[in-house]
Design a binder for this molecule. Sequence first.
Ligand code: GDP
Length: 545
Amino acid sequence: HDRPSGRWGEAQVQSVTAPGQANIQAEAARRRTFAVISHPDAGKSTITEALALHARVIGQAGAVHGKGGRRGVVSDWMAMEQTRGISITSAALQFAYRDVVVNLLDTPGHADFSEDTYRVLTAVDCAVMLLDAAKGLEPQTLKLFEVCRHRRIPVVTFINKWDRPGLEPLALLDEIETRIGLRPTPLTWPIGLAGQFHGVVDRRTGTAIHFERAPGGATAATEQELTTDEAARRFGEDWQRAVEELELLDLSDADHDQATFTAATTTPVLFGAAVANLGVRQLLDTLVELAPAPGPRPDVAGEPRPVAAPFAGFVFKIQANMDPAHRDQVAFVRVCSGRFERGAQVTNGATGRPFATKYAQQLFGRERDTADYAYPGDVVGLVNATALGIGDTLYSDRPVEFPPLPSFAPEHFATIQTSDTSKFKRFRRGVAQLDAEGIVQVLRSEARGDAAPVLAAVGPMQFEVATHRLAAEFGVPTTVDHLPYQYVRRTDPAGQEALSRVRGIEVLTRVRDGALLALFPNRWRLDMIARENPTVRLDPLLADA
Ligand code: GDP
């Protein structure tokens, strides 16, 4: 059992897998691949660092954002990132804990929230829903949860910031159950209300664990097991209260059940404070003991591909020009089956063309660390991957194609055009490239014509990324004009026809998949139009607010 080993900045980089021991099934079984879903400021960066502190960092693909002087990897592929102090880059952090290899995939938040954030959830086997104890469920968490629900991803809930005043624990459970319909099954229970955090009771063993906080989260917290008598003596009323609440839980069908957890209808709940490293070990143990290992992934025909089948994976994220010195494009691939070997020739399922993986890399900060082997659940960054697109399947020798990645509900809309008509061809090529990378969705309509397509994005910053990239890489100056739409619904040709007479809304075709999307200025107008046109198809898109 690995003990917390030093500070995260000093974590060692080393390979966990001896080459040649290719027991793919066993390697897959010891992988845990997950992402944190949360609202900005709930503590995602803090818990990422706390998890890494308890474990041993062995690799990093892309960059995890670090803020406020803490160690973090600042990527500088775009000047914009620096001026805004955020990181657009995201991929995966890999660490070893006990005998397991944990892959934590980053879900960018704040201003860098984009379709990428949702797409990461297509590449994980589990999610940790991180809630601020004072705030409960917040909008961005709800949107990300919708994607988890759609994909039936099991969710572990971590209630963070218990060291600060917050909501009552039973009220938080109630909120989870009533608002998102997941039945909470607490694994630990706090001793002391939020703000008076003494420790937790491990509900599976009944043990009281006293936390001794380590300020600043620089080291792991000390934990001391107490007898119930000792806990009662030390914590008095707080202990009594915990005991009563635990009795209530025992009567209310709130015990962990592995089958309903993996079926994503119940969620194990843990309480902690990431900033002081309290309850973080319990979270890691939960991931190791309860979270599912990579399983067979259904192909485009719905046939599950076993993890021990020859290598196959899919591209869930594309990052262009991460490193100005290299000027390239990195495709992040989630390995689904088999063993990935650097240098192997693989086939791109989308085009049938071979793709050489000589430059497969894990990116550790700015220094590129070469990945030689990767197993199901792992993430590999492929450099020079200009021929790859979002959702493409790669395989070694048994052909497979995984289903295309879903498109998500955009909430920001703008037209883009270039004033330099001599560069129109390049403009078109650039816009198509941004669409292929999944940076923006491109919408067109006959009424608007070719010169000013509509861009749709999940996060508003994607428009800036688009103009920046068009200027820097295609040499095309562009202007973006925001459109007054906020809501989108999918319709059909009959709906398009019916809605063409309604003022203040618009129906466009999404180039990526031909979907007909109706855009509405606000919720009120959308509801009204839906009421007035009861036969018109108006379906919400995935992750719709
Ligand atoms: P992110 O936006 O979700 O990545 O949130 P951060 O990790 O940057 O945390 C946001 C703020 O909450 C920071 O000031 C953290 O120090 C603070 N924070 C995170 N976890 C805790 C916690 O457990 N307790 C307290 N009191 N503050 C926390």
